[in-house]
Design a protein around this ligand. Structure first.
Ligand code: MTE
Ligand code: MO
Length: 340
């Protein structure tokens, strides 16, 4: 269960991990109770990584508890919107909740859930700024109460070629945009995650945080942000959003690679110019601004022709725009760099 995968999003040349990555992974291994660090050097082979895990039952209890967070706030639930249908089974909740990308905590997917429990998700405010009628700072619970909450089952596709299908709870981002009233100059939406080195170990100097441009930031063209598919999630599997999935509020953009779906948002900014994005700044030739799921355009390190469903390991052909072409292809007419 705790196998550590070596092919990470930043692993440009596929060589040995930098020292900072080792540090944050070591913290993770300490957190899950792996005693013998000798077997997990920075370039350890995958098969040796599970050695020494103690008290699996206790870890499983903690994992299950993390999937039922209780922030002390009213959790708003909504009915399922049946406009969005799946061609596959829903991913097992425990699998989805223990195989995460959340680099603020660790690059080891199986360790995120545990380290992310340190994140304080209430009180939580979201700053709305830039090209909007009334810049303001909103309490996350006021946002959730104001919006119409519903459940949507979406496919989700990471650029690393793994895929899942999960029931998000949340609201369409279009309704939020209508509320905040972008000015006529607003052409893009920029979103930013928290910066808390005291809670997120990989943001701390000790955890290698200086190697990244924290906080994590992403962006969409305003037409993309206003598309009916673009969603803000406050829940998953009928429960409050687990911290490892980006509580208390995270974006879900199902036709783009997963890194566009930014977690734990503290700031939403409307801009005139196309904003820079975390991954494009980190490795420009591997991650572009648009990042639409495209089976015909291989990433330098991952063919995108097929995807692997987490939980079952099944391989399926990748679908253009992750199967959502009918909803979004019109957005990219006359945009050769974004269209498939
Ligand atoms: N703030 C932040 N958001 C993030 C990431 C991250 O590292 N930090 N990882 C992204 C990537 S690469 C993926 S695939 C998804 C994973 O979402 P999940 O863990 O809920 O499946 O979150 C995205 N959002
Ligand atoms: Mo990803």
């Amino acid at each position: 269960m705790f196998a550590i995968h070596r092919r990470r999003m930043w692993d440009v040349d596929g060589t040995c991990s930098p020292e900072w990555a080792f540090l944050s992974r070591r913290k993770f291994l300490q957190a899950i109770g792996v005693g013998s660090l000798g077997v997990v050097g920075a370039c350890a082979d995958e098969q040796s990584d599970t050695a020494g895990v103690s008290d699996t039952a206790a870890i499983n209890d903690q994992l299950r508890a993390s999937l039922r967070p209780n922030s002390g706030n009213v959790f708003v639930k909504g009915g399922r919107n049946s406009n969005y249908r799946l061609d596959r089974a829903i991913t097992d909740e425990t699998i989805a909740g223990s195989y995460n990308n959340f680099y603020e905590f660790t690059t080891a997917k199986e360790g995120v859930w545990r380290l992310a429990q340190k994140l304080t998700t209430r009180p939580w405010t979201v700053e709305v700024t830039g090209e909007v009628a009334r810049p303001m700072t909103l309490d996350v619970d006021d946002i959730i109460r104001k919006m119409v909450i519903e459940e949507r089952i979406y496919r989700f596709r990471c650029v690393e070629a793994w895929a899942m299908a999960v029931p998000w709870m949340g609201f369409g981002f279009k309704a939020f945009l209508d509320w905040i009233e972008p000015t006529s100059r607003a052409k893009y939406v920029r979103l930013v995650t928290f910066h808390r080195p005291g809670e997120a170990v990989a943001q701390s100097a000790e955890g290698g945080g200086n190697s990244w441009r924290w906080p994590y930031y992403e962006g969409l063209a305003i037409e993309e942000a206003a598309n009916e598919l673009t969603f803000m999630a406050n829940g998953l599997y009928g429960h409050e959003l687990p911290k490892q999935h980006g509580a208390p509020l995270r974006l879900v953009v199902p036709w783009k690679y997963g890194y566009k779906s930014i977690k734990s948002i503290v700031r939403i900014e409307l801009t005139e110019r196309q904003p820079a994005t975390f991954w494009n700044d980190a490795v420009p030739h591997e991650y572009d601004f648009w990042s639409n799921v495209n089976p015909k355009r291989p990433h330098p390190r991952w063919s995108q022709a097929t995807e692997r469903l987490i939980g079952t390991g099944e391989r399926r052909p990748t679908l253009p725009y992750n199967g959502y072409a009918e909803f979004v292809h019109h957005l990219y007419k006359g945009k050769p760099r974004a269209a498939l």
